[in-house]
Design a protein around this ligand. Structure first.
Ligand SMILES: C[S@@+](CC[C@H](N)C(=O)[O-])C[C@H]1O[C@@H](n2cnc3c(N)ncnc32)[C@H](O)[C@@H]1O
Length: 232
């Protein structure tokens, strides 16, 4: 029985991969990379290309549809877990790669539950990664929290009411998945007077990285999925 690894590959910059992640990725037999859109390349796979040997290692790109529809998601999680477990049971080590950190809003969390329930004997190791939040704060040169301050992290999909409540109670609010609610968030930032205290970061760590601090630029920009906001 071989090991299953979950490897956080960081936000997209190969230099932000840990030495442990690199060592494991160079050594495993199989790498499973998630994609949410069959026509787009896997960001996680793009991040680690220089460390892997496609002649020796098997690379599997697995589709996890970007939807909240559980009737589509559960089979995708189950298929991926079954495939990974079959490799491990046959003696092939497998790394499931994930952007940022594997235990921070990652598909791996759903797979982890399945491994624990259905294949409790397969050894599992989780390698943490630099999350998009830490990378974004570093790029913007923006302290996230200090002393006794508190920070909330909210997937914007939780809704504008939750975001407003967080702004009322936390010194720093980080919004993930801002794309679908962008105009509502802009309006909330305006009405709560936080225009000068908002930073927008897109595709941090990649050649397409964008860090915006000017509120008129933030409001005019159409974000893509890999974007977040830090509001102080
Ligand atoms: C499903 S969560 C994944 C979080 C990831 N596990 C992490 O540790 O950063 C996806 C959200 O994370 C944020 N994100 C992930 N990578 C990013 C990047 N390179 N630049 C900006 N935001 C990113 C975006 O808000 C995106 O909608």
């Amino acid at each position: 029985m071989a090991i299953i690894y979950a490897v956080g590959v960081g936000p997209g910059d190969p230099e932000l991969l840990t030495r442990k992640a690199e060592r494991i990725l160079r050594s495993v037999d199989v790498i499973l990379a998630p994609v949410s859109n069959p026509t787009e390349a896997s960001v996680a796979l793009g991040t680690i290309r220089e460390f892997i040997d496609e002649e020796r290692q098997e690379i599997v790109v697995h589709l996890f549809p970007m939807t909240s529809d559980k009737t589509r998601l559960i089979p995708a999680w189950q298929d991926a877990a079954t495939l990974i477990a079959a490799h491990a049971e046959a003696g092939r080590s497998v790394a499931f790669i994930t952007i940022g950190d594997p235990l921070f809003y990652s598909t791996f969390i759903y797979l982890l539950r399945l491994f624990r329930e259905q294949w409790p004997l397969i050894p599992l190791e989780i390698v943490p990664g630099i999350s998009s939040i830490n990378a974004a704060a570093a790029c913007a040169g923006l302290p996230l929290v200090e002393a006794d301050e508190k920070m909330a992290v909210i997937p914007a999909t939780a809704g504008i009411v939750q975001i407003k409540a967080a702004l009322d109670h936390f010194e720093t609010v980080v919004l993930l998945k801002v794309k679908p609610l962008h105009s509502d968030i802009i309006e909330l930032i305006r009405t709560t007077g936080r225009e000068q205290r908002t930073v927008f970061v897109e595709r941090v760590g990649s050649p397409r990285q964008k860090v915006l601090t000017d509120f008129s630029e933030i409001s005019a920009h159409t974000p893509d999925y890999l974007s977040l906001m830090i509001i102080k």
